[in-house]
Design a protein around this ligand. Sequence first.
Ligand SMILES: [Zn+2]
Ligand SMILES: [Zn+2]
Length: 441
Amino acid sequence: MSPSSPAGSSSSSISVDYTNVLLALPDGSIPQNHEDLKSYTISSIGGYPTFPPLDNLPNEINCGICHQPIPLLSQVYCPLENGENDRILYIFACARLKCQKRDGSVRAFRASKRNEEYVKDVEEKRKIAEAAAEAEREKARKNPFTLSSDSQPSGTLFGSQPLFGSSIPAPNPFAPPTNASVRATTNDTTPDISKLSISATSSTTLGPPVPAYQPAQYLSTIDEYIPPAEDVDFESDSEIDGDEDMKATMLDDTWERMLPKHLDEVFQHFVRKLEASDGGSKQVLRYEFDGIPLPYSSASPITKKLFPGCEKPLKKDEELNLNELYKGNSDKGLEGIIPPCSNCKGPRTFEIQLVPYLISLLTPNTISTTGEISVDAKKKLTEEERKKELNDLAKKIKEGKRDDVINEMEWGTIMVFACKRDCIGFTEEFVGVEWEMGLSI
Ligand SMILES: [Zn+2]
Ligand SMILES: [Zn+2]
């Protein structure tokens, strides 16, 4: 067996080092009343969303199934590289049992607002690049005997160097702008009813009685790094060869209870990629604008469309090459699979996905409608208490109160496809949810 397939019979390939994916990890609670709770340039999980000054902002986000207000899972500040806008993504999901596994219970929105600082940055970078190119051309004219590759103007401008140079850093996804003038301005005293009319000048933070997971938590990011396979667990290779049970025990507890009965190649690839990630086992979110999502199961309708053929059994020594199967790489891109932007009608592209570790952080007992941390959330449930909770839940369902039951979320991954053109405004984006198949109560 080759060292590149550490887990035995499977041949899915994850033998990459650094990828282009940015991983977000939880990074501590945001203190109550902290100004970051009312900033749209902060990336967080739980808590309330803050929208930049835009028209047509909502007072709450409702579930497409039960039409009740639903809590925020994550707010992500992700201005595009060399873009001119603040760009924020918001993902919400209904926690009601009856809405689980139904389309419409998970919703994503994007707020894009022109940021004059970024506009200026882009303009300045363009000028610097033009000046540099001119200097190169000048140099080449003056010294015709140095016609090496680096003296070609086009090589300088569009070559391996960043297009606009590095003297002014590009806005990084997740990083709040350093300039105080572009930070969110909050207006605590705004009465609810006037929110819509004055939304063009101040930011809006939703609040009670809209439900929210409390406390909100910061997100920090790392680059995804997958160490070469032989560094991972080459030693345990022979022990686990072909043994499905052993494979399962390799997985972290978090995964174990999510394992569907039948392990398919796509799911194995998903788990391994998350497990192998150096320092990234607690990732809650993966970000790569215009990248390729990491699919959860070959049985999901969205995965079948995005990666046609991924469910076919692999031949011996054949590798699962999801990048090759991805429809987004084709001439037509995701056309016909992902609907265009509902605002500008331009194409959408993959941008962000949530992964299941998030579910273990945003548990039903941490949902609060008061803005305060719920009493239940403060204590960690013992196994005994968890069992009791499940029993109570079963009882409620028996009594026909199913509609009221708030439950742990049951998805494998939530993929968000957003406008490639970054059009201005507050727009609902497309979510592709792969529902979890294993656990049922
Ligand atoms: Zn609902
Ligand atoms: Zn658009």
